[in-house]
Design a protein around this ligand. Sequence first.
Ligand code: TRP
Length: 334
Amino acid sequence: MSQNERKKIIFSGIQPTGVFTLGNYLGAIKNWRELQDDYNCIFSVVDLHAITVRQDSAELRKRILDSVALLLACGIDPEKSILFVQSQNPAHAELSWVLSCYTQFGELSRMTQFKDKSAKHADNINAGLFTYPVLMAADILLYKTDMVPVGIDQKQHLELARNIAERFNNIYGNVFTVPEPYIPKVSAKIMSLSDPTKKMSKSDDNQNAYITLLDDKDTIIRKFKRAVTDSDTTVCYKEGKDGINNLMSIYSAVSGKSFSEIEKEFEGKGYGDFKLAVGECVADNLAPIREEFIKLSSDKAYLTEICKNGAEMAQRFSKRTLEKVYHKVGFAKF
Ligand code: TRP
């Protein structure tokens, strides 16, 4: 076995439902970039998941390619990792069907994201929204994934994937690797700028609630100026100061400064100075990503090539798992 094959396998996915936010970047993509040297990483733009909520076709098509370009701009390296668009490997949909027959209605009914999303999209509580976690289990299990970097909001889905894998293995022997959550050493959970008790989300109706990776400097500074804080005046990390705590987490993640260094830096200064500093630091951090994105997105031929190669590699990688599953459940092969 070569050195390469002994590295652990990491899988993660991101939905192409909008331009990635600062929250996506600091909470996930930045970590992905750093994992690439030590693991065999597989990263997917999960378009199959995206249609559980109604999308505009032309817009979705554009966002998928933009998502690939943004991941590349953030430093996901197709020489090191497999980067592909989920729908371009049919094995995901195929395994998902099989796994759905090994998942109970009751289990899916308990998923908190399903409950939240069906409340938010009450006019379109479709079966795909309900079986979303099964597709996610298929994503992970197809590649013999050892570890999945996920935020707290996806932990319940990962737990379900583990249960499905164990259940299947109990019936058919050792087919699936049971994945573990990957908890990064430093992980930043970035909250909404307009409601710091909520996660920063690219599908928020209020554009001032999030910073996208493509916002220009003026927009970034303006959004930080408007960020919701509190009626106190000192910049310090303290329970109950959700807005300031969030801005401190952001500033710390982009500048590398510790909370106590930040508190010292802004001693005797007001929230206005602090917000401006956070805005400038974030804007400077994101500028190279934005420039790289603009360069990449004008090169459609290159992006198409990356997507084609990535899909081919993903197909090759997952083929064995799917064949094994089909054989175990008793499908005939001709
Ligand atoms: N459900 C994840 C999210 O919304 C995205 C996702 C889909 C995913 N498949 C995955 C994440 C597999 C990790 C592994 O954030």
